[in-house]
Design a protein around this ligand. Structure first.
Ligand SMILES: NC(=O)NCCC[C@H](N)C(=O)O
Length: 418
């Protein structure tokens, strides 16, 4: 495999190269600032216990640091980007955030702007992430919507509890990234933080980073579906969260301006338990993958479309298949590969461990993965298949329906040696 020069602050040409820099978000008050009736809308199945979730997340971050990974935090980078951008950038960010929260203008907009605007950048970022309750403001709105419809709702701005799944709002691909238009309202504001960081943080601003696809779209894509298999092949899930038209769009951009020549679109069930491709399928070594048996039909088949550049620019060729192993072998030029079933294929264990993100492994080097300790059957099987498994504690973090891959956005990985 060709070795690419490391000059960009983003460098991510595989799922498995030695992880050097990663973006995390330490769970904050946003993960408990809601009631059970808000859970379905906020895409949570339970309310985590914050002090334990933070302890677990710190353990995860320490595990990465102990293995030589530089850990960056979304909340810190966001504030630093606003500091660097100055007053105009801060004002623009706040206006955009208020607009996307439903307040482009009017008295609530003005009250929120005054409240958030009185804070320093770090406090403002944290407050926006946590959500703003009505009782925090010394203000009684008199508009018809507030009086006639929303009077019992506690929030002006909803919390963003899914922020600790940094995988999804953006995805680093090669020396660039996608900044994603997310599917559900609960997560759509998240990628504004990523956009602000890339544009204004001194580490990333004006470094010629290629944005393969920005957040100004109506079609949707999320990072949990974007798998960088190597330096010219991607796999992207056609899922609850990523639409086929967004895949075609990013494929065209990657083919035109990047070194990618193949995108394998993999269709998975469209449901909450398997909302992204990485909840059912991850790459963990040159020739090893985790796969949840629930996505494969009786004969092991699954719909895939291998997309390659067409004859003329902007055209795409499609090759439909139903044999995932064969498709991966061809695209990755492998003689054989090892698809390791979640829960060892037992229907009860596989269902349970997939629900708790047993397939959602984060590779930090070829054959070295970080997993949740609660998925002990899948973890044992990974060890039997020769992988080094670093387990992290997971009682509270798993309540948000995401595992180690979901909780991490790799920014720099070493290139693969072969
Ligand atoms: N890549 C991932 O699978 N991320 C997990 C996201 C979980 C979050 N509660 C969501 O539904 O978006």
């Amino acid at each position: 495999m060709e070795v690419t020069q490391m000059t960009s602050p983003i460098h991510n040409y595989s799922e498995i190269g030695k992880l050097k820099t990663v973006l995390l978000k330490r769970p904050g008050r946003e993960i408990e600032n809601f009631t059970p009736d808000m859970m379905p809308r906020l895409l949570f199945d339970d309310i985590p216990y914050l002090p334990i979730a933070q302890k677990e997340h710190d353990y995860f971050a320490d595990t990465l640091r102990d293995n030589g990974v530089e850990v960056l935090y979304l909340e810190k980078l966001s504030a630093e980007a606003l500091d660097a951008g100055g007053e105009e950038v801060r004002n623009h960010f706040l206006e955009q955030m208020l607009t996307e929260s439903g307040y482009a203008a009017g008295s609530i907009h003005d009250a929120l702007k005054e409240y958030l605007g009185s804070m320093n950048n770090q406090d403002m970022v944290v407050k926006i992430m946590e959500g703003v309750r009505k009782n925090e403001l010394d203000f009684v709105p008199k508009d018809l919507v507030s009086c006639a419809e929303n009077q019992d709702y506690e929030f002006y701005m909803d919390p963003m509890p899914n922020l600790y799944f940094t995988r999804d709002p953006s995805a680093c691909i090669g020396d660039g990234l996608s900044i994603n238009h997310m599917t559900f309202a609960a997560r759509q504001r998240e990628s504004l933080f990523n956009e602000t960081i890339i544009k204004y943080h001194p580490r990333f601003a004006n470094k010629g980073i290629h944005v393969w696809r920005d957040r100004n779209h109506t079609t949707r894509i999320e990072g949990g579906d974007e798998l960088v298999l190597n330096n010219h092949v991607m796999a992207i899930g056609v899922s609850q969260r990523t639409s086929a038209d967004a895949i075609q769009d990013i494929a065209k951009n990657l083919f035109k301006d990047g070194q990618y020549d193949t995108v394998i679109a993999i269709k998975i069930p469209h449901n909450h338990a398997m909302m992204h491709l990485d909840t059912v399928f991850t790459m963990i070594n040159y020739d090893q993958f985790t796969v949840h048996p629930g996505i494969l039909g009786k004969g092991g088949q699954i719909d895939t479309w291998t997309i390659t550049p067409g004859k003329n620019e902007g055209e795409l060729n499609l090759q439909h298949d139903t044999d995932l192993k064969k498709v991966l072998k061809t695209a990755l030029n492998l003689d054989d590969l090892d698809l390791i079933p979640t829960g060892n294929g037992d229907p009860i264990i596989a269902g349970r461990e997939q629900w708790n993100d047993g397939s959602n492994t984060l590779a930090i080097a070829p054959g070295v993965v970080v997993t949740y300790n609660r998925n002990y059957v899948s973890n044992e099987l990974l060890r039997k298949h020769g992988l080094k498994v670093l387990e992290v504690i997971s009682s509270e973090l798993s309540r948000g329906r995401g595992g180690p891959r979901c909780m991490s956005c790799p920014i720099v990985r070493e290139d693969l040696k072969k």
